[in-house]
Design a protein around this ligand. Structure first.
Ligand SMILES: Cc1ncc(COP(=O)(O)O)c(C=O)c1O
Length: 405
């Protein structure tokens, strides 16, 4: 299989539009990716031809929709090589998935129990653990990064201990692009009796993930970065780990029996899917995964690395510019600061030239403090981006620098 970026681009209708009269260059993929026709068609097709509520119906449309919904669960299972589709819980995004785990684990947290996090976590893998600090007396312990943005494994070893209940770690930083050695980190955490949650919201798009090989207890992903819709994500949990986790939200579907004096809960994954789930979004995610898996993922990886290297090399020569995150094997995310130029101004000037980048703290304030900045600019690359777009971005950036100097 060869990788034909033009053929890929034709499948993403939005890429044909102009912004401020210029062809769109969309480099905000780490925030959210664009959607191919197959995802748009799958969702529209379900609404046009085969839609009903799932699981409780005895009629044809309910059965068809349930089959499509469960097929999407199987697609997620295959994507991360989980052992069983019952280990996959649909959520409304990555954030909700972490909250389900933190909320469930929180039920048995005692004052002084420790949660170990890295300083490059996204707020969605920090704030739910802060809740346990505020409400349960848990202690948050932070793992540092090295100068190139790698995870400091010595710092990790120092922070893990007999009181560690959970290691909550990113599988790919949304700012530095760092891909920590999570397999070693998981073995280290298991060595002290802790569980591990990996935030795979970026990784699952860019790496091939095998939760069984990694031995992760929990793995979190989100649909909208995976060329799928918003409003859908997933939580993987090992079967016995999910079985032991109390439910997060109460309502229909997650129960076995409800009486005046008590309630018993359904088994996973339904225990964690209270109410009518995001059915159309799950179908869209299933279509996105099916579409992605049909591509040559190794060729996609090589293509994105080519874009990253070309952009990084071009930016390295720019006076006063700092690239944040240069760890070996990093993902296609390029965060940078330019002396004297506010990232927001850069992003706005680039937008006038049709180039969409992100500027801000990227929901990683502890990392921003560590880097000594309030915000950075960030370009992030997807499989539909091109070398020519990287060159357009570099020219647009030098114009922006001139305007701001
Ligand atoms: C690393 C990382 N984790 C978690 C999230 C949150 O995912 P969601 O937007 O699906 O809640 C994001 C999204 O920006 C992210 O980049």
């Amino acid at each position: 299989m060869t990788f034909d970026v033009d053929a890929i681009r034709k499948q993403f209708p939005i890429l044909g539009r102009a912004v401020h009269g210029k062809p769109l260059v969309y480099f905000d993929n780490a925030a959210s990716a664009q959607k191919p026709d197959s995802v748009i068609d799958a969702m529209a097709g379900a609404m046009r031809h085969s839609y009903a509520n799932v699981h409780r119906g005895l009629h044809t449309l309910a059965n068809e929709t349930t089959q499509a919904y469960e097929a999407a669960r199987e697609a997620v299972r295959a994507l991360i090589n989980a052992g069983s589709a019952e280990e996959i819980v649909f959520t409304k995004g990555g954030t909700e998935a972490v909250n389900i785990v933190a909320g469930g684990v929180g039920a048995s947290i005692r004052p002084g129990d420790e949660i170990v996090l890295s300083i490059m976590e996204h707020h969605s893998n920090i704030v739910p653990w802060h809740f346990l600090r505020e409400r349960k007396g848990a202690v948050l312990k932070w793992v540092e990064t090295l100068a190139d943005g790698s995870l400091d494994m010595e710092s990790l070893a120092r922070q893990l201990g007999p009181k560690t209940r959970m290691l909550a770690l990113t599988h790919m930083s949304n700012v530095l692009g760092t891909v920590p050695d999570v397999k070693t980190a998981i073995a280290m955490a298991h060595g002290v009796g802790a569980q591990v949650l990996l935030d795979g919201c970026q990784a699952v798009v860019n790496l091939s993930v095998d939760v069984r090989d990694l031995d992760a207890d929990f793995y979190v992903g989100t649909g909208h970065k995976l060329y799928g819709p918003t409003g859908i994500g997933f939580l993987y949990g090992k079967r016995d780990v999910l079985e032991a986790l109390p439910p997060f939200e109460g309502g229909g579907e997650m129960i076995e029996t409800v009486g005046r004096d008590g309630v018993t809960y359904n088994s996973p994954p339904h225990r964690f899917e209270a109410g009518t789930p995001p059915i159309l979004e799950a179908i869209g995610l299933g279509a996105a995964i099916g579409w992605l898996q049909a591509q040559d993922r190794q060729a996609i990886h090589t293509h994105k690395q080519t874009l990253l290297t070309r952009a990084t090399d071009a930016l390295r020569g720019v006076n006063g510019l700092t690239v944040h995150g240069t760890a070996p094997g990093k993902g296609p995310v390029l965060a940078f600061s330019i002396k004297g130029a506010h990232p927001h101004d850069l992003a706005q000037i680039l937008d006038r030239q049709g180039v969409a980048i992100r500027a801000g703290h990227h929901c990683t304030q502890p990392l921003m403090s560590h880097l000594g900045v309030g915000a950075t600019a960030r370009a992030s690359f997807a499989l539909y981006n091109t070398v020519e777009e990287v060159d357009t971005f570099v020219v647009a950036l030098s114009k922006a620098r001139l305007m701001l100097s």
